[in-house]
Write a protein of this length. Structure first.
Length: 553
């Protein structure tokens, strides 16, 4: 490298080709410094070459003072601006006098005399400065009396010490000027000097900042969000955080408006949010490409305290979902032969594992939903649903299944039982109750179901009375979870944890909307507030307005 650098620096070599200069700039530092120090090019060539140079090589140009103006401005924009120290603000002589103490062997009567330094000279006929000629004549000099060896050991004066002193003085002047400017700014602001790391403290995001922007891909996974939360939110599937009604809306590419979302994880993202999102479509082909939306924090109630037990359950479920999701993903990879052919026996085993993982995730969702409902952290979505039509349709589906057992329901239903629940929420609530009862019906057993309107304390309520099957009537607590035996429910699956847990979850859902579900003797009674005529109109208008609202708020 040293030999190549010497060749480049040889007298008469001038690099005028930008391509050659760029090639040599990527070589070792010695070669790059020699090449950029001897390059002679036009301003256009320099402005085209500098952005292509490595950062290390750009620094070699700091020591050149013959660059064109355009190249200098470009280096300043790139941050390579310290090519020389700035001149002091005050006028100073380039060479300063300095007191030099007398050398060993010299005796001076004028200790305060200012002596100009002079270059070294071995000759004995050096003439002193004329300003101190008289003093020098009166001063005895004993240099000649010293032995020759002692004179050889004496330190020689340094060549041109005035230039070094001037440089040191310029540096000190620059530091003084910078400190004076800083002190003046502090005095003008009337504040104390800043504390250490104050810039980092100011850069922290205030706690009141409670919104963030995101985009998703066509599958609903967050592919971009703000840098401060990107590691925690990227690749999160938005539909996994929504209820079934909103999931169906995302499948239909509908706008999302004020949709409750609960996130778990780091403190920066954990908690309740509201999501507003609008679908995005390819301007050329019209293909759906994802959502653009905003998450904003839900208002926190200072008086509401979360149940520690519910919090622990939710944290445990969050930790369990990750490995189960991974197992399900690997099983699907094997079952679908994504990485190559797989024997059918292994594919069958992988399909079973994927199915078991899906059932486990469904159970986790039910546990999480129950914990949030019982702790008051979640409420069901409002809307309007005809409970009479919902119960009638689901009883018809169950009758076809129970027909093989010679069992069924004896039904007596009132019409027009409209409640303040979204259609999907009403169907889920009704199915939990009816499926739990149908799964417990013995062969040749008939269960009576009655749906009626009641007036209680001046309020109109819907009352669903269901006779308990014999197996449930014998239990002391019908809301207690139990281990579900394989194949015990046949085609009816009220939930992953049996009929007791399903009824407890249905009770929590009813209480979240101002209703109640309880056992009275051998009957299971569900009570929900009915919508009056004016409330039904307001609910329908609100739902239509939210559905028609485009964009992101």
């Amino acid at each position: 490298a040293a030999e190549r650098a010497q060749i480049v620096r040889e007298h008469g070599n001038r690099i005028r080709n930008p391509q050659l200069a760029a090639h040599l700039a990527e070589d070792e530092p010695a070669v790059a410094a020699a090449a950029l120090g001897t390059a002679r090019m036009a301003e256009n060539d320099w402005t085209a070459l500098i952005p292509r140079l490595p950062v290390r090589a750009r620094g070699f140009l700091r020591f050149r003072s013959d660059l064109p103006g355009g190249a200098v401005r470009l280096l300043d924009r790139l941050g390579v601006s310290d090519r020389a120290l700035p001149l002091p603000q005050m006028d100073e002589p380039l060479v300063l006098t300095k007191e030099i103490p007398p050398e060993p062997g010299q005796i001076s009567r004028h200790g305060d005399a200012v002596i100009m330094p002079f270059p070294a000279n071995d000759s004995a006929d050096v003439q002193p400065h004329e300003n101190i000629a008289s003093d020098a004549a009166d001063t005895p000099v004993e240099d000649e009396a010293l032995p020759a060896q002692a004179r050889d050991r004496e330190p020689r004066p340094v060549s041109e010490p005035g230039a070094i002193a001037a440089l040191v003085e310029r540096i000190e002047a620059f530091k003084r000027s910078r400190n004076e400017i800083r002190d003046a700014d502090t005095a003008d602001n009337g504040s104390a000097p800043p504390l250490p790391f104050v810039e980092l403290q100011d850069a922290q995001r205030p706690e009141g900042e409670d919104g963030l922007i995101f985009t998703t891909d066509g599958e609903g996974r967050i592919d971009w969000t703000e840098d401060r939360v990107a590691p925690m939110l990227r690749y999160l599937k938005l539909s996994d955080c929504l209820e079934r009604a909103e999931q169906l809306g995302m499948l239909q590419h509908l706008p999302l408006s004020t949709v409750p979302v609960t996130l778990e994880g780091a403190p920066q993202i954990s908690g309740d949010w509201y999501c507003d999102a609008a679908p995005r479509f390819d301007p050329i082909g019209g293909r759906f490409v994802g959502y653009t939306g905003r998450l904003r924090r839900a208002a926190q109630d200072d008086d509401a305290e979360g149940d520690p037990a519910s919090d622990r359950i939710r944290q445990l479920l969050h930790e369990l979902r990750t490995p189960v999701n991974a197992i399900q993903g690997f099983a699907e990879v094997i079952q679908q032969q994504l990485f190559g052919p797989v024997p059918h026996e292994y594919r069958a085993l992988a399909a079973g594992i994927a199915g078991d993982s899906a059932r486990m995730l469904a159970g986790f969702d039910e546990l999480d939903r129950l914990a949030k409902l019982e702790s008051g952290l979640r409420e069901l979505h409002g809307g309007e649903a005809d409970m009479s039509a919902v119960v009638t349709g689901q009883l018809g589906q169950l009758a076809a299944i129970l027909k093989s057992r010679d069992a069924g329901f004896a039904v007596k239903l009132a019409d027009g039982c409209k409640i303040a629940l979204a259609q999907a929420e009403a169907e889920t609530l009704s199915w939990r109750i009816l499926a739990a009862l149908a799964g417990a019906i013995a062969p040749s057993e008939t269960v009576h179901v009655k749906l009626a309107k009641k007036m209680a304390e001046g309020y109109a309520t819907m009352r669903l009375e269901c006779e308990l099957p014999t197996s449930l009537a014998r239990r002391e607590d019908i809301f207690a979870a139990e281990s579900q035996k394989a194949g015990s429910g046949g085609m009816l699956t009220p939930g992953s944890f049996g009929s007791g847990f399903a009824l407890r979850l249905a009770r929590a859902e009813a209480r979240s909307v101002g209703g109640e579900m309880e056992r009275i003797d051998d009957k299971l009674v569900l009570s929900l507030p009915l919508l009056t005529g004016s409330e039904a109109a307001d609910s329908a208008a609100t739902g239509a307005e939210e559905t028609a609202r485009p964009g992101v708020s």
